[in-house]
Design a protein around this ligand. Sequence first.
Ligand code: P53
Length: 480
Amino acid sequence: MTNETFPEDFLWGGAVAAHQIEGGWNADGKGLSIADVMTAGGNGIPRKITDGVLAGAYYPNHEAIDFYHRYQEDIQLFKELGLKVFRTSINWTRIFPKGDESEPNEAGLQFYDDLFDELLKNDIQPVVTLSHFEIPYHLYEVYDGFRNKKLIDFFVNYAKTVITRYQHKVKYWMTFNEINNQADGQHELHTWTNSALKIQATEDKEAIVFQAAINELIASAKVVKLAHEINPDLMIGCMMAYVPVYPYSCNPADLMASVKVMDRRFFYSDIHARGIIPSYAINYWAQRGIEIDVSPEERQALAEGCVDYIGFSYYMSGAVTTLAEVEGQPIVEFPEAKMVANPYVEASDWGWQIDPVGLRYTLNLVYERYGLPLFIVENGFGAYDEVTPDGHIHDPYRSEYLRAHIQQMKLAVVADGVKLLGYTPWGIIDLVSFGSGEMEKRYGMIHVDKDNQGHGTLKRRKKDSFAWYQRVIATNGREL
Ligand code: P53
């Protein structure tokens, strides 16, 4: 490899989400969000979604790492690390506690003014997700979540409020975090966190999730258009979870299965980026007898609200096969295929397949598909860490994972010509795991003293990976 590296203005950073770090779940007028009714699960143990907050249950997001009260101290560490950007979300329920009010909660708006000012004062640019699994619980209780078209207006009103308020502090925005996680409609946690949906066993899950997704895509498109009217300098992106799914074998049937599985996940960015509903989806709906409600005005809105860039997370790849002799997990929507382990890659302790080359592949694939700038807004390695008796955390596995991914990202930029805006590894500071609710599935370069049961001093400590990433940023990725 030559000495060529990333462009000088490359946005090195770190990423988190409000509900996974802030705590202060009912502080200063904040309302209940869908993340506030999720209990702690564990490695392989699902989180429960409760009806409201139950006495005696443990909700790890209620306190999280108490960033709400400690952000000044944390930002000093981010500054020392050299972050140029910090990706977080605005917790919708701080601004509109129930979601359907006409007037926002000023104390919530003030919190983000103070947070963004503190970041900017330390030369760190905030990058903001509008909806990162923080939909007001009231919008589920009263309106049934995003299957209801009323949520389009509530979201647009919320987005208009915060984009107007912070337009001079935040340039890069994203609408719905990992909007495609709900793609197959089968994971209760994902349909809950993406769309505040609870689907009865008697209902057609797939149809409901497609409708909710279309409603979100319309809401997103309206926000893109509105944001450009508010301030043409703003960059509004989508946020996708890209998990490339490979054909397990070169059997053509496996290749076709991978295309089908990938299309199901691409559906979302295809609409975000192109403004039209893809023919593969229209045909599928017709075959399945699914009726999706999209008015001519809404189609127009989709066409007028194409995103400026594609933000995405990348953690792992998958593989699919039709071969009878290979064991795997069934895929409900494609009964002829199943998901299987890839024998060429290893997996994390949580079974996530580690595949750095898959990141280069994804960057190429997505850039060719849309020709839009890309932004890797999540990537990282959830692992158990150990604090030594003298207070150190030696985490070479974390820098190894990140190094391998940055190397592939560099190849995509330097050798393949992909336009990449930046890289914000996930959970730059330890936080509550989304999927399991654990604290001990750690991604951070900054350790937080707290365990899965919620015990600990919340003290922050730099891990070995802190100094490593600091060097990466300082050398603009020349030294890995
Ligand atoms: P946790 C699936 C696949 C890729 C990313 O996840 C995913 C998921 C959902 O489980 O979620 C994103 O904490 C999400 C973050 C989340 C992070 O990845 O389960 O945007 O909120 O924390 C890591 O290990």
